[in-house]
Design a protein around this ligand. Structure first.
Ligand code: PRX
Length: 584
């Protein structure tokens, strides 16, 4: 199994010898494809209904269940305690059909919003894909969300149905009375109230036959809320057409082959979990691992060993946590099944890439860059391509990426500027739900502005610099300062709050809050801990400020907006820049 000579570090570059890779890369002739590739070529990789109609779920499930892969294992779900459940494509097909029939019975209308607030589980996969095949818009929520985060999403989207479980429903019931449009609550597990529906009973009585609904490619498939600099989370809407690009990138970037065992660690509440933990891999008919439970190095390595994972997609913070645990832990396991490693969500330090080379028998991490809004990987290190550790790699064929200034002018190689993409790729978001103004903010001068700053080098590799806005990336999760500030000032001791990301070796950034106390409150560790607990319980476990600093006042513009840029500059000892709008 050892492939010592496959990839060698040379002068900082990890040189690939494609001939020595265990499997021939699906993507061949990258430079040529950059010139010749047309998205219509990729349309042929998915199945269409007559009249140019499509359904993403048909491609993800039905086409395999109706073909030679019917009895192939689609999902090995391990609850984290070692209890494994195997689901074939045929079984997944039947379960998704049952859920679609339940949608029909409840009178859910085409393009109604159906939400899932569940731990990762076979039910979550079946419900999510069942809603999509029915023609509803599916939206999974991160199980760590608190009541405020749940309310913001269900209210803004006008959700009519929620699938949750006996445990998580408690947080939902704190805000249910504020959600007049929500008609149906489906509960997985016991403890089902009279006005709720039991998943078990409804699924058992529903038929396992259903004709997947042919959709217009532009009709909506899923909706995920994500954070920006200002305001509440925004609903990023994706269309069925996106499956074309999810399929192609899973094939070309993740290099999925028939015989692979694929593991993506992301929760379905995040876009990585949806696109590369469901859509792309299954569209390619691969066996996937779904692992429940919390992060635990031994369990993770054991997962790779026991299920013979060959492709692994994870996040830089997880890599840094594994590195911190030391190299003796991975040595206890047989990790020789691995052939390709990928990362996403935040910058991956070159040390992370090299560490992987050492502990995973010469297999480096391939960094991939994309966003909730882009719907699939756009810039990446392909398996057959040399890696420059620390770089995000090169654009996917069909994607025109550039470093531009505020007028849309393309900057020279080596210059820092806004990372921008030429709009029109198949998996691009189609809307910000009920907020066309927010959607339009992304598109200027003929470019889609990503909100990231970056550089490109002479060889065409892109290098991440930072965010151009106030969005915080902590452990790879995207957090909006406004949401945290709003939760902070709900606490009776907090009069005002300003929130920034502060660089951190393990988490990329931590959330730091500057607060002004209300009269009558004095600073203490106990008070800070209470404020942290409050934010955690309202928003989510990861979205609370790990550091709180009490200040006399906050820098604001004359119109009263908190200047987070100044807070950050002061914290990090950076130049303070233009302060002409600062209030006296
Ligand atoms: O800032 C970039 C960072 O994550 C942002 C997108 O976050 P989200 O929508 O939550 O999606 C994350 C997973 C697709 C980007 O604007 N980001 C993502 N990938 C990378 C990255 N930063 C540096 N390197 C990456 N590879």
């Amino acid at each position: 199994m050892a492939e010592k000579s496959t990839e060698l570090i040379s002068g900082g570059i990890i040189k690939k010898d494609p001939a020595k890779l265990r499997l021939t890369s699906n993507l061949q002739g990258y430079d040529n494809l950059r010139k010749t590739f047309k998205w219509s070529d990729a349309d042929k990789l998915v199945e269409w209904f007559p009249g140019g109609k499509i359904n993403a779920a048909y491609n993800v499930v039905d086409r395999h269940a109706k073909g030679p892969n019917a009895n192939k294992i689609a999902l090995i779900y391990d609850d984290g305690e070692g209890n494994a459940q195997k689901v074939t494509f045929k079984q997944l097909y039947e379960q998704t059909n049952r859920f679609a029939n339940l949608m029909k019975k409840l009178g859910i209308k085409r393009q109604d919003r159906v939400f899932f607030f569940l731990q990762r589980s076979p039910e979550l996969y079946a419900g999510f894909l069942g809603a999509i095949k029915y023609g509803a818009i599916a939206s999974p929520m991160f199980p760590a969300f608190g009541p405020d985060a749940i309310k913001d999403r269900l209210l803004d989207s006008g959700a009519v149905c929620l699938v949750t479980d006996s445990d998580l429903k408690k947080r939902f019931y704190e805000v249910k009375s504020l959600l007049p449009e929500l008609k149906h609550t489906i509960i997985v597990g016991k403890d089902v109230a009279p006005d709720e529906l039991s998943w078990e009973k409804e699924m058992a009585s529903a038929s396992d036959k259903f004709e997947t609904v042919p959709m217009d490619p532009e009709e909506f498939m899923y909706l995920l809320y994500t954070s920006g600099s200002t305001g509440k989370p925004k609903g990023v809407v994706h269309a069925h057409k996106g499956i074309v690009q999810a399929h192609l990138t899973a094939k070309w970037v993740l290099d999925i082959h028939e015989e692979d065992v694929y593991w993506c660690g992301a929760d379905l509440g995040w876009v990585t979990g949806v696109v590369y933990g469901v859509l792309g891999p299954w569209s390619n008919g691969v066996t996937q691992i779904g692992l429940g439970g919390r992060f635990d190095p031994d369990r993770w390595y054991k997962t790779i060993q026991n299920y013979k994972v060959s492709i692994w997609y994870t996040a830089p913070t997880a890599v840094r946590m594994l590195m911190a645990k030391g190299d003796d832990t991975p040595k206890k396991y047989d990790l020789s099944s691995l052939r390709a490693l990928y990362c996403v969500g935040e910058p991956l330090n070159p040390e992370g890439v090299r560490w992987a080379q050492e502990v995973f028998d010469n297999k480096p991490f391939h960094d991939t860059w994309w966003q909730t809004e882009t719907g699939s990987i756009l810039i990446t290190n392909f398996p057959g391509m040399d890696i420059k550790p620390g770089s995000m790699g090169k654009p996917q064929p069909g994607i025109e990426a550039a470093i531009v200034d505020e007028t849309g002018k393309v900057l020279e190689q080596g210059e820092e500027g806004s990372l921008a993409i030429r709009p029109g790729w198949p998996s691009m978001m189609r809307q910000i739900w009920k907020n066309p103004a927010k959607y339009n903010e992304y598109f200027r001068n003929g470019w889609y502005y990503t909100g990231d700053t970056a550089q490109v080098d002479k060889d065409g590799y892109f290098w991440y610099v930072g965010r151009a806005d106030d969005v915080i990336k902590t452990s790879g999760e995207r957090v909006g300062p406004f949401e945290v500030e709003s939760a902070l000032i709900e606490h009776e001791a907090v009069a005002e709050a300003g929130v920034i990301g502060k660089p951190d070796d393990l988490r990329g950034n931590i959330i730091k809050a500057f607060i002004v106390l209300t009269p009558g409150h004095t600073e203490s560790d106990a008070l800070k801990a209470d404020i942290q607990k409050h934010v955690k319980s309202r928003l989510a476990g990861h979205a609370y400020p790990r550091e709180i600093e009490v200040v006399i006042d906050l820098p604001k513009t004359r119109s009263g907006k908190i200047m987070r840029r100044l807070l950050r500059a002061r914290e990090l000892g950076l130049p303070i820049g233009d302060i002409s709008t600062l209030d006296d």
